[in-house]
Design a protein around this ligand. Structure first.
Ligand code: ATP
Length: 329
């Protein structure tokens, strides 16, 4: 039986997790699930935001479903991604009919390098009044992520991979990343390949997002561009993500704990539910994943949604609509 580690975390993480579990439970699938502590509340209770037991059980699971962490996010999700060696962060951004957004026909995927760049967390103060952060880029990690992006494109019927970098300024680090992508591109003659500077890419994403299909980029640029992509398709409440490595995988919404709306029961559960669907697909349940996405699409089209999308349903109310739709045929 597949083992799933559930880490709800803080703020709306707990609320959207309840909603996603309601949807998964309704499918009557047999999983061994264990709920684990992490985040701000875990810090208060255990004196650490990421208790040993959580880390240990997450490593031993087939997949981790993660909600969101608050102030302790860096010590929780970034540590988890590193400890579980999930070197890919896959972030699809897609517009759904019925959802008010800037572009009704966006369907792109950001493949973000997940193990290095500014997120190595190497910062120091060589002297008073000066702070330094180190950006680490290696050929190994850059080729590995480029390989994933091209293979993903090929396996999923995508036409193009765009490498996003800033090699005109960061000649060594971004230069190595771009050259690694170029090298891998040569092996995939059936997939188109192009390159953008990150500032131009940020502009084109707003002006003409359809020029992008699969984007491959470094850790920090990928983080920023995926929030921008969320803005194109209707907001953070809609974007799921997968962190994938050779042994482990973590599925989580792109959004954080959203303290401004936490506790009100109005968080949009779509990103978490789509993350759960990505997890099912990863575990080999492609049909069930497809059914969840179809049910969500229907609910979005009918406007049975939370306030961020202009509706008046609660988080669980929207989940119940998805469950009803899942079992309507
Ligand atoms: P992080 O730094 O971890 O990304 P953050 O607090 O900066 O977290 P988010 O929590 O991702 O930012 O969210 C930013 C804002 O977007 C929230 O304050 C909230 O207003 C809105 N938001 C995010 N997720 C949702 C959601 N699921 N439903 C509705 N609104 C959301």
């Amino acid at each position: 039986m597949k083992k799933i580690a559930i880490i709800p975390g803080d703020g709306i993480g707990k609320e959207v997790m309840d909603a996603a579990l309601r949807v998964i439970d309704s499918l009557g699938m047999d999983f061994e699930m264990v709920t684990l502590d992490a985040g701000d509340d875990a810090l208060k209770e255990h004196g650490t935001a990421l208790p040993e037991e959580t880390l240990d059980k997450a490593k031993k699971s087939d997949a981790v479903l993660f909600g969101a962490a608050g102030e302790t996010a860096a010590g929780v999700i970034i540590k988890l991604r590193q400890a579980l060696k999930t070197y890919v962060n896959l972030r699809p951004a897609k517009s759904y009919p019925g959802v008010k957004c800037l572009y009704p026909d966006v369907d792109l995927v950001i493949v973000r390098e997940n193990s290095e760049c500014m997120y190595k967390g190497i910062e120091f103060e060589p002297e008073a009044g000066m702070s330094v952060a180190m950006r680490v880029i290696t050929e190994k990690a850059s080729k590995r992520i480029a390989e994933f992006a091209f293979k993903y494109a090929r396996d999923n019927g995508r036409r193009k991979v765009s490498c996003i970098h800033k090699a005109n300024v960061m000649k060594k680090t971004c230069g190595l990343f771009r050259d690694s992508c170029r090298e891998v591109a040569k092996k995939y003659q059936d997939i188109e390949y192009d390159e953008y500077y990150v500032d131009a890419a940020a502009m084109f994403l707003v002006l003409d997002p359809k020029r992008f299909d699969v984007i491959v980029t470094t850790n920090l640029f990928g983080d920023i561009l995926s929030d921008e992509a969320a803005g194109l398709v209707g907001g953070l409440g809609l974007l799921p993500s997968a962190n994938i490595g050779d042994e482990n995988a973590i599925f989580e919404p792109v959004h954080g704990s959203a303290p401004d709306i936490a506790g009100k029961g109005i968080a949009n559960p779509s990103a978490m539910i789509l993350s759960a669907a990505m997890m099912l697909e990863y575990l080999g349940y492609r049909d069930e994943a497809g059914q969840i996405e179809k049910a969500l699409e229907h609910v979005l089209l009918e406007g049975k949604v939370t306030p961020d999308l202009g509706g008046n349903l609660s988080t669980m109310g929207m989940a119940e609509e998805i469950v009803r739709e899942l079992h309507s045929t």
